[in-house]
Design a protein around this ligand. Structure first.
Ligand SMILES: Nc1ncnc2c1ncn2[C@@H]1O[C@H](COP(=O)(O)OP(=O)(O)O)[C@@H](O)[C@H]1O
Ligand SMILES: [Mg+2]
Length: 284
């Protein structure tokens, strides 16, 4: 029997559907994960083994094969632990595969079967709500996932998930996190003189234009650039979501607090192209 659980792979700001399939085949006991996973995915084997042992369960003495489909899509990250563990528990007959069928699952596992946070939960939650499915995620990220919609199950450990599905001890739906209050940054009022440059900043802000500043060191370019977010309107809902998605993948969205402040980055002038825009090979 093949048990399968839906999860996602993150490609930039996109979450692609991935199916975790687990099959128990008669033969010498082994536990293999295939499907183009990175080192973290390969190591998830040990975390899953540890978590299942911590729950007092023994792995079946069979060949356990885990396939992450589509097999040619590169998969990175530790969030595959929980879907692999749940698919394995479904193959072992401990969890009902039908309960899992209408959920997308993400989360890292500790050796004690605790579900630890992993970056990108907001993307997974948006992906799940597009598919009309619920999301199973770490308890620490319930508030983040709840921004994307209903049907979020934020569990502290595997046992509480199993209890939820069996009907003992239901998990409450987490409320969405608070919106982060906007902390005022540098103000254009601080800039003395420079009337032409200030006018250029205002025009760029009003029209949404790019702006290049040229001038001798110490003439106030960095100061004026840092004042720009202060004269731009607050992020609208769609922009706030996009900014929060970047923060989610970077793992910096703490406590599910979405921000409405405009992001400002001041990279060092000697930063390389790859440091500014990222490296890697462009995909399709
Ligand atoms: N017009 C100005 N009004 C107030 N402070 C200024 C002005 N121009 C420069 N400064 C101050 O001088 C210092 C250097 O400015 P900075 O913005 O770093 O210059 P740049 O980036 O052009 O080298 C900063 O502490 C800045 O606050
Ligand atoms: Mg500067």
């Amino acid at each position: 029997m093949v048990a399968s659980v839906s999860t996602v792979a993150y490609l930039g700001l996109e979450a692609r559907a991935v199916e975790v399939q687990v099959q128990l085949i008669p033969g010498l006991p082994a536990f293999n994960v295939v499907g183009l996973g990175d080192k973290a995915v390969g190591e998830s084997r040990e975390r899953v083994r540890g978590a299942i042992a911590a729950m007092g369960l023994a792995l079946p003495p069979k060949r356990i094969v885990v396939n992450l489909s589509p097999a040619d899509l590169p998969k990175e990250g530790s969030h595959f632990d929980l879907p692999i563990a749940l698919a394995l528990l479904a193959a072992m007959g401990i969890v009902d595969a039908e309960d899992l069928a209408d959920h997308v699952v993400v989360g890292e596992l500790g050796l004690d079967a605790r579900i630890a946070p992993s970056p990108g939960v907001l993307l997974a939650a948006l992906h799940a709500s597009e598919l009309g499915k619920g999301l199973i995620c770490p308890v620490a990220q319930g508030a983040e996932a709840a921004w994307a919609g209903q049907g979020v199950l934020a569990a502290p450990d595997i046992l509480s998930l199993i209890n939820h599905f069996k009907g003992h001890g239901l998990l409450a739906a987490p409320p969405p996190g608070q919106a982060e209050p906007i902390v005022p940054g540098p103000d254009l009022r601080q800039v003395k003189g420079q009337e032409t440059a200030k006018r250029a900043l205002e025009i760029a802000a009003a029209g949404g234009h790019n702006l290049i500043m040229v001038g001798p060191p110490g003439s106030g370019k960095s100061l004026m650039a840092s004042c720009l977010p202060g004269i731009l309107p607050p992020l609208d809902a769609a922009e706030a979501l996009e900014v929060s998605m970047v923060a989610s993948v970077a793992g910096t969205l703490t406590g599910g607090r979405l921000t409405r402040a405009r992001p400002f980055r001041a990279p060092h002038h000697s930063a390389s192209m790859a440091a500014l825009v990222g490296g890697g090979v462009a995909k399709d």
